[in-house]
Design a protein around this ligand. Structure first.
Ligand code: ZN
Length: 114
């Protein structure tokens, strides 16, 4: 059995070459079971790109729907639950943020080539 280094963000999990060889300055994220793999946009199949776009959109819908729920039913428990799920200010502001528009535009740009 081959144990692969999946924690390494700087190498594509599909072709195993350096992330910097991509045309895009951000990698595509592929969620598999409990782990997230970082891969070149160029290495994704059309199906993988579509799956990625769909799950991204669904996560955004869930996020905004949770905000609406929180506004409609505001109490300390619900605020704490929201922060537990999405992180509090300190956690979010220190995290690595991927520009959403750039990410979606990169995926769609690759999808055109398939
Ligand atoms: Zn690759």
């Amino acid at each position: 059995m081959i144990v692969r280094m999946t924690q390494n963000m700087f190498v594509c999990d599909i072709c195993e070459s350096d992330m910097s060889s991509s045309h895009y300055h951000i990698p595509a994220e592929m969620k598999e079971a409990s782990e997230i793999k970082f891969v070149h946009m160029e290495c994704c199949s059309a199906e993988e790109i579509k799956k990625n776009l769909l799950s991204y959109a669904q996560n955004q819908i869930r996020f905004y729907s949770d905000i609406i729920d929180l506004v409609n039913d505001t109490n300390m428990k619900n605020i704490k639950d929201f922060e537990m799920k999405y992180g509090n200010y300190e956690e979010v502001s220190q995290g690595i943020r991927i520009d959403r528009d750039t990410y979606i535009a990169s995926l769609i740009s690759e999808l055109k080539k398939r």
